[in-house]
Write a protein that binds this ligand. Sequence first.
Ligand code: AP5
Length: 244
Amino acid sequence: MRIVLLGPPGAGKGSLASLYHQRLGVPHLSTGEIFRHEIARDSRLGQRVKRYVTNGRLVPDALVVEVMASRLTTGSRRGFVLDGFPRTREQADRLDRVLEHRRQPLDGAVYLTSPESLLVQRLSGRRVCERCGENYHVRRMPPKRPGRCDRCRGRLITRKDDEPATIRKRLAIDHRTATPLLHYYKRRGILYRVNGSGHVNTVFVRTLKLFRRNGWLHDPTTSLSRRRNQRSPRSRRISRIAAA
Ligand code: AP5
């Protein structure tokens, strides 16, 4: 499948994209993760985007498109999931042109909806591993050992853009940019809204139904069963929480 995952900050895009990768084998690309990684290693790109990302502002369209076009590999049989891109109408238009050129148009734009109070709760409780970038939540998805990543034992930190004032700024920017972006995909007839509230496993299942209904998954049953034994500690933890 070839989809873009849309939604405000804290909608759960990163958490879901990670599950699609672990459970369905669909490669995912996150602009936020790419930028944070480049900032951490103080690369030229990192230096160019740092002031935008840490202040919760959008990186200029031209730079984002340049970064994504060079990293987007459309060769995988399972397609791709884009998380955090596109975020403006201009980016959506440029993405379509890149994919048209490669004769691999998008299947769908999946928009995760959630009340704003839930978004703020999720973002203010988020902790990320400073080494591998894994996401946690102090109450909803806590690590086994407080302050340490289950996967690599790295230190868990608060993202700079998860400070309360920056959260408010990011949500306000999203209010402005989301409407034209959603209109764009609605006009193209490929916009799908999914309720993003509830446990991440519940949301995963909701989206899975959508993917199956539309025939976007490449042999989902096989990949699901094959991957059941290859789950990461986080994915197993999520399943345990869901089963509890
Ligand atoms: P990015 O990293 O993409 O940030 P974002 O879009 O603001 O999204 P978040 O990562 O904050 O939230 P999410 O929806 O992924 O939620 P998550 O799964 O983490 O971008 C960062 C910055 O980079 C931007 O501000 C901008 O500067 C720049 N940038 C990136 N892309 C750009 C672009 N295209 N153009 C211009 N600039 C760009 O979940 C949040 C928390 O909730 C976690 O703690 C998680 O554990 C928890 N959680 C998630 N789902 C659930 C659930 N269902 N139940 C319980 N807890 C949950």
